[in-house]
Design a protein around this ligand. Structure first.
Ligand code: F3S
Length: 64
């Protein structure tokens, strides 16, 4: 199962991921993006595109 996570140390809160994928990401109280449902299975074909959308490369695969 493929899941995503946001590395809070790399995220600068630019909001690109939230604008492009509002069903997957939201802004946290700390001004950094977070995955809305970390258990959500994301379509494998979209993973690369989603990861590439972040200018800081803060979006990662989460294999937990
Ligand atoms: Fe942060 Fe990247 Fe999204 S910098 S707000 S994870 S596009």
């Amino acid at each position: 199962m493929i899941k995503l996570k946001v590395d809070e140390n790399q995220c600068i809160g630019c909001g690109t991921c939230i604008s492009l994928y509002p069903d997957l990401f939201e802004m946290g109280a700390d001004g950094k993006a977070q995955v809305i449902d970390s258990k959500k299975d994301v379509d494998e074909s979209k993973i690369k595109e989603i990861i590439a959308s972040c200018p800081m490369a803060a979006i990662k695969k989460n294999s937990e």
